[in-house]
Design a protein. Structure first.
Length: 78
């Protein structure tokens, strides 16, 4: 089974060509959350991890989801 820490390491390796210095706080938050999630799963922390991960993915060049993601497509505007 893959750990959150290993998943973050894989993400960083695959994203090293487009992650920038300004992404460092989000990457650090993702790493810290991963360590905690590997120790003890918490719904709130898992949610924060997912949000941070998706926000980092939106920074990828050529990503056309800047205005939203798959979840945004599921819910109509109120």
């Amino acid at each position: 089974m893959t750990t959150f820490k290993a998943a973050v390491a894989t993400f960083k390796k695959s994203a090293k060509s487009w992650l920038q210095d300004e992404d460092s706080p989000a990457v650090a938050a993702l790493e810290a959350a991963a360590v905690q999630l590997d120790k003890e799963m918490s719904p709130a922390l898992l949610s924060a991890y997912g949000l941070t991960y998706r926000n980092l993915l939106k920074r990828k060049p050529g990503d056309t989801t800047e205005d939203g993601d798959e979840l945004d497509d599921l819910f109509p505007d109120a």
